[in-house]
Design a protein around this ligand. Sequence first.
Ligand code: TA6
Length: 305
Amino acid sequence: MHGDTLPDLKSLQATHGYGVQIKFTTSDVGPAVELNKRGARAVIALAGAQLLSWQPEGQDDAIWLSPDAKPAPGKSLRGGAPVCWPWFGADPEKRGRPAHGFVRGTPWQVLRTKPTPSDVSITFAFQVTEEHHDLWPHPARAELTFKLSRDQLSLDLETLNTGTAPFVLGQALHTYFAVGSIAATEVTGLDGCTYIDTLQNWTRHTQQGPVRFDGEVDRIYLDTPDCIEIVDSANARRIAITARGSRSAVVWNPWIAKSERLGDMGPDGYRRMVCVETANAADDVVTLGPGEAHTLGATYRIRTS
Ligand code: TA6
């Protein structure tokens, strides 16, 4: 898939659709694919292969999407799970390239779909080509697989270095989770971790206890454990995040002033979301040699006990 054209939904349905389990459709925010499995549902925008919604069986949506989300070429929708690749955050080379890389909001190719008795999956691909050379001169391919089962959703982002020189890869699954009230939300599992506080001049600190929110939080946690949990007390549920190929995680809530600057968080949107991003960021970026591959993965599961 090259250029900015999105594929024809009819041909995608004919090639990759599968009854109610895999349906290509139009959504309020552009062409998307809907996955359904044993009472669970996920919706993914074709632009940027951006997760928009995930409802495990019997649960309300666990993904937050701004009511003001508007599609724009090369930009992600506010909310869902934008893919930050092949760098996280501001342009590491300070050349004025877009923050969080250049694959958000651009069409990814649908590579394959696969229903099984217990789950349904779809794989998207992004091929770096000559047209991206000014942005990123390294031949590479990214493949993002979503796998939905009754009570879990997995995202696995594999990067292959198809060139002849090594490159440094930074990335994140920049997921906006829905919570009942940010003031009654904690993130656990990070106690004792070092974090870089981007709001305190990128200085390093040690996390004491759960992460709580009474203002803007924008931190990159390092040497993170496999499992982090969002304790959503207002909804009497926890969202368990199990990471793969990652030892860093970003925790972000824009709060009031930043939400106003962003302008697309919707009225008081910050109260009902928290980003916990499974990443390879800061000290945790990955160097890929020619022909080498790395997978960044996350599995989400709701716990109510
Ligand atoms: O992951 C946190 C962060 O880097 C914040 O600093 C904020 O900029 C957020 O990402 C959203 O970035 P975006 O480019 O989507 O507005």
